[in-house]
Design a protein around this ligand. Structure first.
Ligand code: NAD
Length: 356
């Protein structure tokens, strides 16, 4: 089992180090190799995704990614900015399925902006299609408006599109994920207005025939946004397109109060994946030893479950995380009066200690 370790920038190296400590404590022999990415890749070789880093990622069974980005690179031309590395990896490795669980451990219910009874015990999974939709559709650009009341003026335009095969493959990922959980899938669309999403709905309905054990329902995206803050625990698995998923998964992340707790997986058709925390490189706290490493540690658990076929180790890590929270240990982002404030390294060590 070969794992590419790409720590990246900002707090990336600090939090990935803790996840590697946890992986090393499982008693398995993983082959791990580290490479620079993002700003670190640019510093090392003049490009955010150096060829050697891409090759390592291509050859590995799974990738553990920290985060990329720093304000000091904001003046670079777009193709050289750190964030391009993650887009390059998604594209080159064909990582089309983004899985973002939003779990709120009862111990952290006070961290959410919603009432504890609305969110305590929340456990939902948002699956976002990652390589299609209006973010990648062509043509796009700025042109002279060809008709209508603004004819002759400049207009910006993008193209929303989904091929049947793209919808089918993400639908299969979603139905299979639902089969491993509570067997309920909500497909989120805007079929009342958009042709692309009427088509999406029809194809998801067709794929459903292969998964009779899963209950499928369809919801418009505006209603889904409303339900996510009104009664989020009603959901089990949600599947949606790239743009709606981008927005809904961030809203779901905030239900849990801290972005420092949320892992994510981006998978290809063979379950090879890139695993990373849902947050960014947090340059404001980098190097201070206070970043929460749990999202990255939980991303490593997802990696064991989805790409490395080691669900038993994933369970061990997730149980250990619950245990340290029950012990009252908190990094500053999730700290509340009456709990014990710890730093990044202490939190990592506590998870290792709590592994059984
Ligand atoms: P961010 O997620 O890095 O930080 C937002 C806030 O959350 C900050 O106050 C930060 O301190 C806090 N935070 C984030 N992770 C934390 C953790 N583990 N523990 C404690 N606090 C944490 O978002 P941002 O500030 O908008 O972006 C910073 C940089 O990260 C930018 O360059 C952005 O482009 C990049 N970014 C990268 C990724 C990625 O690598 N996939 C994703 C999002 C943003």
């Amino acid at each position: 089992m070969k794992i590419a370790i790409l720590p990246g920038d900002g707090i990336g190296p600090e939090i990935v180090e803790q996840a590697v400590k946890v992986l090393n404590a499982l008693g398995e022999s993983f082959e791990m190799e580290t490479a620079p990415v993002g700003g670190a890749g640019y510093e090392a070789s003049g490009h955010p995704l150096p060829d050697s880093t891409l090759k390592l990622a291509q050859d590995a069974d799974a990738i553990l990614f920290g985060s990329v980005g720093d304000w000091k690179y904001d003046t670079l031309e777009r193709s050289l900015r750190p964030e391009q590395a993650i887009l390059g990896l998604r594209k080159n490795l064909n990582l089309f399925a983004n899985l973002r669980p939003a779990i709120l451990y009862p111990e952290l219910a006070g961290a959410s902006t919603l009432k504890p009874e609305v969110v305590s015990g929340l456990d939902i999974l948002i699956i976002r299609e990652l390589t299609g939709d209006i973010y990648f559709g062509q043509p796009r650009g700025v042109r002279i408006c060809p008709d209508g009341p603004f004819k002759g003026q400049r207009e910006g335009f993008d193209t929303m599109r989904y091929a049947e095969g793209e919808i089918r493959r993400i639908a299969h990922v979603a139905f299979q994920a639902a089969q491993k959980r509570d067997k309920r899938l909500t497909s989120v669309d805007k079929a009342n207005v958009l042709e692309t999403f009427q088509f999406w709905k029809d194809i998801v309905t067709d794929v459903h025939k292969e998964y009779p054990d899963v209950t499928l329902d369809h919801m418009y995206v505006d209603n889904a946004a409303m339900q996510l803050v009104r009664a989020p625990k009603k959901f089990d698995v949600l599947v949606t397109g790239n743009m709606f998923g981008d927005i809904l998964s961030d809203a779901a992340a905030m239900l849990t109060g801290s972005i420092g707790m949320l892992p994510s997986a981006s998978l290809d058709a063979n379950n090879k994946g890139l695993y990373e925390p849902s947050h960014g490189s947090a340059p404001d706290i980098a190097g201070k030893g206070i970043a929460n490493p749990l999202a990255t540690i939980l991303s490593a658990a997802m990696m064991l479950r989805y790409s490395l076929g080691k669900a038993e180790h994933a369970d061990r890590i997730e149980t250990a995380v619950k245990k340290v929270l029950a012990q009252g240990l908190r990094t500053p982002d999730i700290y509340e009066a009456g709990t014990i404030k710890v730093g990044t390294v202490e939190m990592g060590a506590a998870v290792v200690q709590a592994l059984v």
